[in-house]
Design a binder for this molecule. Structure first.
Ligand SMILES: C[S@@+](CC[C@H](N)C(=O)[O-])C[C@H]1O[C@@H](n2cnc3c(N)ncnc32)[C@H](O)[C@@H]1O
Length: 318
């Protein structure tokens, strides 16, 4: 499929992870929808497009024709930390807004992303319902859980990716990329002069020592996964401390603790969270990406976003 002359719509657009990946291959965005005004602002600042709001209020006939539909539809209903209500939860039913848009427009390609737990939710039934609907609409569907860690960014982020090809383009076979698993680490994405205060706590406990490992030629051997070395407080969510030779934990849009949304890292003999720019790098956003000026919003937006290098690798396969 030639992405360069394609058009796409960006549903549940957030700050445009899909937009980044698709425009990298020359595809053009013709419509975006995002209900959160701060995310919409960031989207507009970066792409010059004002997303329409609540997709449930948009008539599919008012959406322009397009070749590709992408959606990182809200995951809370399916995530382990949510209450797992699935389709009973109104956020779960947002999938059916995707269905009615597909029914009307029949784009050639569908790209969806969701939390890994979607595959196991309700004993696998939720995913089955999703795939069945897409098949009934004439799509050959493929799904795979992929970890951003294997695609050149030091973030442990496992997500399910669903790709659907409309029967009109006759593409039955598709192999998901496996990633190159190149060694990277948190140290690689750190800002040189971060404007973020280290935490000041007297209940820090370093539980495990970690010595950097070097090969015969003096190069650091990186384990390509998070390395927890300590805790603060009780060591709950946002209270775990990681080494910068390893990967970051999954960025999240919610969650508390003093290291909320990013986790804590031991950097230059101090302990701190990651900065919004460092979060942008962990999701593969380019250096010229305009970050929301409100830190709380920026952290939430990067926690919600999709890992762009994974999408690019999937699109490369397509
Ligand atoms: C998991 S995030 C997707 C993030 C996006 N893929 C990105 O790269 O930034 C889901 C997004 O859906 C938005 N959303 C939730 N309900 C919506 C609705 N009814 N209409 C439009 N957007 C909605 C949320 O505000 C959130 O930004």
């Amino acid at each position: 499929m030639n992405l360069a002359n394609s058009t796409f719509i960006d549903l549940f657009a957030g700050i445009g992870g899909f937009h980044q990946a698709l425009s990298h291959f020359g595809a053009k965005c013709v419509f975006a929808s995002e209900i959160d005004k701060h995310a919409s602002q960031t989207y507009h600042d970066n792409y010059g497009i004002v997303p329409v709001g609540d997709i449930t209020k948009i008539d599919e006939k008012d959406i322009p024709a397009h070749d590709i539909l992408c959606a990182g539809f809200p995951c809370q209903a399916f995530s382990i930390s949510g209450k797992q209500k699935g389709f009973d939860d109104v956020r779960g039913t947002l999938f059916f807004d995707i269905v009615r848009i597909l029914q009307y427009h029949s784009p050639k390609l569908i790209l969806l992303e969701n939390v890994k737990n979607l595959a196991k939710h309700d004993g696998g039934n939720t995913l089955k319902v999703i795939l069945t609907h897409l098949k009934e609409l004439g799509y050959a569907v493929h799904h795979q859980v992929l970890n951003a860690s294997h695609f050149g960014v030091p973030q442990n982020r496992e997500r399910i990716y669903i790709v659907g090809f409309h029967h009109s383009i006759k593409k039955e076979h598709f192999n998901f990329p496996i990633g190159d698993n190149n060694p990277v680490c948190v140290f690689d994405i750190l800002e040189k002069n971060p404007t973020i205060a280290p935490i000041q706590r007297d209940d820090v406990v370093f539980k495990h020592t970690y010595e950097s490992i070097f090969d015969n030629e003096g190069r650091k051997v990186l384990p390509n996964k998070p390395i927890q070395i300590g805790i603060v407080g009780k060591g709950g969510q946002g209270e775990r401390i990681y080494h910068t030779d390893g990967h970051a934990i999954t960025l999240s849009a919610h969650g508390g603790g003093i290291g909320s949304k990013t986790g804590l890292y031991y950097i230059n003999d101090q302990i701190r969270k990651l900065t919004p720019r460092e979060c942008a790098r962990l999701q593969g956003f380019p250096e010229n990406f305009k970050i929301n000026p409100r830190d709380a919003q920026a952290y939430k937006q990067f926690g919600n976003s999709v890992a762009i290098p994974v999408l690019k690798a999937i699109l490369q396969q397509i």
